[in-house]
Design a protein around this ligand. Structure first.
Ligand code: FES
Ligand code: FES
Length: 166
């Protein structure tokens, strides 16, 4: 049994110490927003924050995480999807299939915390996650929109098929 501090509370996890954090989150704690993509730290679908640092949870054994280290998953980012990055993702219709997007959001949140106005080079360096749907341009636009506080400016508005604009 191991204690993990996840999304604001200490939780008991009944798993072997070499269990990757990804599986403890998904199978022990039911936090299925964090996804399995590759299992070798290559794709970023499993990205969570540990003490604010974006971390690929598929290769992080739970025995290496102290109870005092604060883990945040996509479920813990905001109570209702109201984090500015989540709102920008919705406003700009970033996801396609969506599979990679929780990891993308977690990587983007960490980047914007460290660099509130990231350059293209900063984004390229920080967002090494893979999206098989190729949403990279919209991810970049959403990060820039959050940085500029302009998710609702005309240049970034999206006209939806129902006529609404977000
Ligand atoms: S599943 Fe962890 S990086 Fe791909
Ligand atoms: S939105 Fe489909 S993999 Fe990224």
């Amino acid at each position: 049994m191991q204690q993990l501090h996840v999304n604001g509370k200490l939780q008991a996890v009944d798993a072997e110490g070499d269990t990757p954090l990804l599986w403890a989150l998904r199978e022990q704690l039911g936090l299925t927003g964090t996804k399995y993509g590759c299992g070798i730290a290559a794709c970023g679908a499993c990205t969570v924050h540990i003490d604010g640092v974006p971390t690929r949870s598929c290769v992080r054994p739970i025995s290496s995480i102290k109870p005092a280290e604060k883990i945040i998953t996509i479920e813990g980012l905001s109570p209702n999807g109201s984090h500015p990055v989540q709102k920008a993702w919705v406003a700009l219709d970033v996801p396609q299939c969506g599979y990679c997007q929780c990891g993308m959001v977690m990587a983007a949140v960490a980047l914007l915390k460290e660099k509130p106005r990231p350059t293209d080079a900063d984004i390229d360096a920080a967002i090494t996650n893979i999206c098989r749907c190729g949403t990279y341009n919209r991810i970049r636009a959403a990060i820039k929109a959050v940085a500029a506080g302009t998710t609702r400016t005309a240049g970034l508005n999206i006209l939806h098929t129902d006529g609404s604009v977000a």
